[in-house]
Design a protein around this ligand. Structure first.
Ligand code: ADP
Length: 328
């Protein structure tokens, strides 16, 4: 079946993935493969803007690739690779930086947020992050980029950079990417308050053992108003209930919804059930992960093969770009 076009997406190598990564990104990556020619990139160069040491970079890249593969990324049809394995992206980044107004970069809300988060390390790369992201997208001639609402300004910005480049050099060398608005759920951490993430250590890893998962789930904060077992609870404000809706069979979700409100079921029991259902849902993923993980070299081969395919597309784009620039 003919595909609708090429999708590009990238994520920093953060190692073992958590439920937030799965529900907010990977699940969608897997589904997009049915309709699009997908290019998925582990953006290690982007990671350098904020990490203090690169000691874990290789292992984190491997663990992440392993999770993505186990979750259903199909490397025969999808180009899965590491950003730095295609050095053309840094060349394009430099070229695009010449048509990017600095003021626009420093005005982006995401830049201001990063400055707040990295006060002691506000580097040049951090400012240029959206330019490198644009280079990623256009280097692979991507038609669409799936993004949630918070990333929308970056794609709009990428489109502006492309237009500036094409206009200034009177060319059509770069393709203006389209935004594919994607409903990205905000998965809360076990604290029930903040977005799930590694930095807050409020996450549940997909590759955790069933026991580790159970332990994490039992630490989850439920309806904060419910103090005693005999108090009625409110599933509408309970993070465990929102997870039940994703991982628990519908008839049980209905029962929990009903019984929680009349104190028929307690939070401990509710969490035990969730842990069980979550473990059951993750069983096939974990089995595949174990299987693939038996031969780490195959995972690296997949990544190297992906980079080879990516470089072929990249070299074509760069040939057009160099010609448009009339570089000597
Ligand atoms: P990056 O900064 O490279 O996007 P992250 O590890 O923060 O790296 O996120 C990787 C992907 O997982 C992103 O698409 C992000 O939206 C998604 N994601 C991460 N945490 C959550 C969460 N708690 N809820 C929903 N989506 C999430």
């Amino acid at each position: 079946m003919a595909k609708k076009g090429r999708v590009f997406s990238g994520a920093r190598p953060t190692g073992r993935q958590h439920l937030g990564n799965y529900l907010g990104a990977i699940k969608n990556y897997v589904a997009l493969q049915d309709d699009y020619d997908c290019v998925y990139c582990i953006v290690d160069l982007h990671a350098l803007t904020t990490i203090e040491t690169t000691a874990d970079l290789k292992q984190n890249t491997y663990e992440m690739a392993l999770d993505w593969l186990a979750a259903g990324i199909r490397p025969e049809e999808t180009t899965l690779f590491i950003q730095s394995h295609v050095p053309q992206v840094t060349e394009l980044h430099t070229i695009l930086s010449m048509v990017t107004p600095l003021g626009k970069l420093t005005d982006l809300p995401t830049f201001k947020e990063k400055v707040r988060q990295n006060e002691s390390n506000i580097n040049y790369g951090l400012v240029g992050y959206p330019v490198l992201m644009t280079a990623d997208i256009v280097l692979y001639r991507s038609d669409v980029v799936p993004v949630g609402i918070d990333q929308a300004p970056h794609i709009e910005f990428a489109r502006e950079i492309v237009r500036s480049f094409n206009y200034r050099y009177n060319t059509k060398a770069l393709l203006e990417p389209q935004m594919k608005n994607t409903e990205i759920p905000k998965v809360l951490g076990i604290d029930g308050k903040e977005k799930m993430g590694k930095s807050l250590n409020n996450h549940i890893e997909l590759a955790a053992t069933p026991d580790e998962t159970r332990l994490r789930v039992m630490q989850m904060v439920t309806d904060p108003q419910r103090m005693r077992r005999t108090d009625p609870g409110n599933p509408d404000v309970c993070n465990v209930f929102s997870m039940h809706k994703i991982f628990t069979p519908a008839e049980d979700v209905e029962m929990i919804n009903r019984e929680c409100r009349v104190a028929g079921i307690g939070c401990v029991d509710c969490k035990k059930r969730f842990a069980e259902n979550l473990n059951k849902s993750l069983e096939p993923f974990r089995a595949r992960r174990e299987e693939i993980g038996k031969t780490p070299n195959d995972v690296w081969d997949i990544l190297h093969d992906g980079a080879k395919r990516a470089r072929t597309i990249a070299e074509k784009t760069m040939a057009d770009v160099r010609e448009a620039l009339q570089l000597p």
